[in-house]
Design a protein around this ligand. Structure first.
Ligand SMILES: [Zn+2]
Length: 66
């Protein structure tokens, strides 16, 4: 599942226990329960991050000041 942190950025969370696993690490398994990271999980977070980045850049472009 995808978790959104307080800053609005998406983070991948464990499907099994709901914790935010591989918290900014390259871990291959859940930090809490050891569930493996699936290709689906990777695709999910990659898509969420791409969307977040696009939105962030959009917001930036709309700001009048530099
Ligand atoms: Zn877990």
């Amino acid at each position: 599942m995808i978790f959104t942190n307080p800053a609005g950025a998406p983070e991948l969370a464990c499907d099994q226990c709901g914790c935010r696993w591989f918290d900014r690490t390259a871990a291959e398994t859940c930090y809490e329960c050891g569930a493996p990271v699936t290709d689906e999980n990777r695709a999910e977070i990659a898509a969420a991050l791409a969307e977040f980045e696009a939105r962030r850049l959009n917001n930036k472009g709309n700001k009048p000041c530099n």
